[in-house]
Design a protein around this ligand. Structure first.
Ligand code: HEM
Length: 537
């Protein structure tokens, strides 16, 4: 097992009075009163009723009654590990982020997850996987909240409740728990055709990874890096596993999930415990921060599009090693919070409409999930940088603030900190010029929903394509509504005629003709390593 009693900050839990939950040798109440008995309640005689006076009974039962917190509204099932990230300096010229300077080592905490299943669902379900990393940098916490698939279902955050409602279990019987094989899912992705690209990745082997240790990770959105001179570069973030990308077959996933629903979390914890510490290279694709924010005709603000690595190779800027298991699942894996809005100097957002919505959603949900506004003080969420804010009071306030004037400027508290001047490394939003008319309309480039879906399918090997065909056939065979099935087949016809014909045959249906102009991917570059198995280092 990992070293006992080590707190998330690397300190000894027992030496640190703020995190030490188990001091002394005696059993006590929550306020430290020594107890003589915890197995028998205080009763009026050996056969009489329990007395209201029994504070230990009431405290024990009442605390138990409130042990659970709400599971995450998505990504409820997960497993996590501590690690360290070391930058190789390759990003120094494009970002002033302190943790990306050469040789800097930064503690990390990574939580992997499935998206749709509840906390108790099985690990090997066909689904997208979350890959969320917290970097405890010297400039505060930076959260890269990514997935193992490089594109997302939807282009605008306003549809996120809809996609999740459609993909979560049906509200009447709450089945299926964690699979795409149901009417509402196929209804949504065939009506909102922007979801077709992501769905194709789900139906590929990427939807059933062999291990968290063999998954790629993607930041998906385009982010903006800023260097010391204030120059900006657009980037997409990538995690590349040193073990290579490996998946299970559908049959393996079914058997593994049935025999051991904890297949992935066991694999991760066992590997780390055995000293086989998984590693990922961290890389960026870089693009000029041009006025139109496109690259080779690809809209960088559309999260349903990738930029093929042939057009923009991934440059490695550091490596992460996961080397320590959590001590307590609830304290660390369950209570950790990630938020794409947690940015450090040197990294900024773009106006990808999906990312913009995420900047609101995470903090908002965590106010409920983690019981009020002070969840940053939970040990796993505390930065390893000094905190000196003007936030006060609220539920679960652990800090004891001094002074009488928590506002700026003030003439009473001499020790109140002042905002840092920008030149001393504070976070500065990159100024952007706007000339726009408000509307609920996207750029025309967001309308192409099929060409990259086709590009992905045609980049796969024949065996991988067979898996995709089988997955669509199986999952659509579980969609009972004929109109929806036909509509999804129509989408496949717009992607690839052979794919559509084989799925149609499998379902005993006629293959429709395309309604969109055929996608000419002959001239498009193949996607590197997409669906491929990398050599093991
Ligand atoms: C949770 C990724 C889009 C809302 C998560 C988690 C990941 C993730 C990895 C789990 C974090 C953890 O382990 O605690 C992504 C990616 C997205 C995306 C890669 C698109 C590129 C969205 C959008 C919304 C959203 C558009 C809402 C508008 C949430 C919420 C949670 C969550 C509410 C639960 C957070 C919590 O309870 O702490 N997401 N997500 N996500 N996501 Fe997203």
């Amino acid at each position: 097992a990992g070293p006992a009693n080590v707190s998330p900050t690397g300190a000894d839990y027992r030496a640190d009075p703020t995190t030490n939950a188990q001091q002394g040798e005696r059993l006590t109440s929550a306020v430290g009163i020594p107890l003589r008995n915890t197995d028998h309640s205080l009763t009026a005689g050996p056969r009489g009723p329990i007395l209201l006076q029994d504070q230990h009974f009431r405290e024990k039962i009442s605390h138990f009654d409130h042990e659970r917190i709400p599971e995450r509204v998505v990504h409820a099932r997960g497993a996590a590990a501590h690690g360290v990230f070391e930058a190789n300096g390759a990003a120094e010229g494009i970002t002033r982020a302190a943790f990306l300077q050469r040789g800097v080592r930064t503690p990390t905490f990574v939580r992997f997850s499935t998206v749709l299943g509840s906390r108790g669902s099985m690990d090997t379900a066909r689904d997208t996987r979350g890959f969320a990393t917290k970097f405890y940098t010297t400039d505060g916490n930076y959260d890269l909240v990514g997935n193992n698939i490089p594109v997302f279902f939807i282009q605008d955050a306003i549809k996120f409740p809809d996609v999740v409602h459609a993909a979560k279990p049906h509200p009447d019987r709450e089945i299926p728990q964690a699979q795409s094989a149901h009417d509402t899912f196929w209804d949504l992705v065939s009506l909102h055709t922007e979801a077709q690209h992501h769905t194709m990745w789900n139906m590929s082997d990427r939807g059933i990874p062999r291990s968290y240790r063999t998954m790629e990770g993607f930041g998906i959105h385009t982010f903006r890096l800023v260097n010391a001179a204030g120059e900006t570069t657009l980037v997409k973030f990538h995690w590349k596993p040193k073990l290579g990308v490996h998946s299970t077959t559908w049959e393996e996933a079914q058997i593994a999930g049935g025999v051991d629903p904890d297949f992935h979390r066991r694999d991760l914890a066992d590997a780390i415990e055995a000293g086989a510490h998984p590693q990922w290279d961290f890389g960026v694709q870089t693009f000029p921060d041009s006025e139109d924010q496109t690259f080779e005709g690809i809209d960088l603000l559309d999260p349903t599009k990738i930029v093929p690595e042939e057009l923009a190779p991934v440059q490695i800027i550091g490596t992460m090693t996961l080397n320590r298991n959590p001590i307590n699942y609830f304290a660390e894996t369950e209570q950790v919070m990630f938020n794409p809005a947690n940015l450090v100097p040197g990294i900024d957002v773009t106006y990808d409409p999906l990312l913009q919505g995420r900047l609101f959603s995470y903090q908002d949900t965590q106010l409920t999930r983690l019981g009020g506004p002070n969840f940053q003080q939970i040990p796993i969420n505390r930065p390893h940088a000094p905190v000196n804010d003007m936030l006060r009071d609220g539920f679960h306030q652990d800090a004891v603030h001094g002074g009488v004037a928590p506002y700026h400027p003030n003439s009473l508290d001499q020790n109140n900190p002042l905002p840092t001047p920008p030149e001393q490394g504070s976070f500065i939003e990159v100024p952007q010029r706007f000339e726009a008319v408000t509307d609920r309309k996207k750029a025309a480039s967001f309308d192409d929903h099929f060409s990259q879906t086709a590009l992905f399918f045609r980049s796969l090997t024949p065996v991988e394509q067979e898996h995709v065909i089988n997955a669509y056939t199986f999952e659509l065979s579980r969609c009972w509504d004929e109109t929806i099935r036909a509509r999804q087949l129509q989408c496949l016809a717009n992607v690839d005629a052979r794919l559509c014909a084989e799925v149609a045959t499998g379902l005993g249906l006629e293959a429709p003709s395309p309604t969109e102009p055929a996608t000419d991917t002959a001239t498009s570059p193949a996607l590197s390593q997409v669906g491929g198995q990398w050599p093991v280092d």
